[in-house]
Design a binder for this molecule. Structure first.
Ligand code: DC
Length: 226
């Protein structure tokens, strides 16, 4: 077995607003492990397509963009996440709902998913990786030692996402956001390609009514069993 395959992985999958981004980051920080925000990769492909005028139904064009994605992940002096696309800081611009909807569309294309597979697997580096997304446990890291499926009630997810966007200065209507989330959930779960569902052996964690600390503690307790 190669060294890379001995490196432990925790997968955290779940729908929009389940809190997986926040939880995955906190768990990675607590363990001192690497973090893969796989949703950001689909968002970057969507943004790259917009920048280059590649249509969201141009499968070949999108696959080429994904295969050659020039993305860089890092953090600023305060430890806040920073993401660059072709050298340009796109940390906020990939978080818009427009970019999220585009990401969901490109993510439904198998050739795009295939093109991003190697890049995602490359994040598995010592001492360990926390991977957050939709198919981390079902597909990309199916052999992970701990797979978590994080969920929350639809109302709570819409409220959290609303707050998250507001905090970033992005003004959206809660009712419209709920509809968008419902639509995106439906698309992500019903698509034939890598649908969102709990991986075999995944531990289901409902974060409704729980604090971030409680959810992180639960995941860390499970991780201690690894
Ligand atoms: O987690 P997010 O909202 O940043 O993800 C953006 C979109 O990308 C989401 O609609 C689903 C898709 N996605 C996916 O299909 N597979 C992943 N591993 C991560 C995200």
């Amino acid at each position: 077995m190669t060294r890379e395959l001995n490196t432990p992985v925790i997968t955290i999958d779940g729908p929009v607003g389940s809190g997986k981004g926040t939880i995955a980051r906190s768990v990675a920080n607590a363990l001192g492990w690497h973090l893969l925000d796989s949703g950001a990769l689909y968002r970057l492909v969507s943004l790259a397509a917009l920048n280059r005028g590649v249509a969201l139904d141009d499968v070949d064009g999108l696959s080429r963009l994904a295969a050659a994605l020039d993305a860089r992940f890092g953090s600023d002096a305060d430890g806040e996440e920073q993401i660059w696309l072709e050298g340009v800081d796109v940390t906020s611009s990939i978080r818009t709902e427009e970019c999220g909807a585009g990401a969901s569309t490109v993510a439904a294309l198998q050739p795009v998913r295939d093109a991003l597979l190697g890049l995602q697997k490359g994040f598995r580096q010592a001492p360990g990786l926390v991977a957050d997304g939709r198919d981390m446990g079902t597909h990309v890291f199916a052999e992970a030692g701990l797979k978590v499926f994080l969920t929350a009630s639809p109302e709570e997810r819409a409220k959290r996402r609303h707050k998250q966007l507001n905090d970033k200065g992005i003004d959206v209507n809660l009712a419209a956001l709920s509809r968008d989330i419902e639509e995106r959930d439906r698309r992500d779960s019903e698509r034939s390609v890598a649908p969102l569902r709990p991986a075999e052996g995944a531990r289901i964690l409902d974060s409704s009514g729980k604090s971030i600390e409680e959810v992180v503690r639960t995941v860390l307790d499970w991780a201690a069993e690894l």
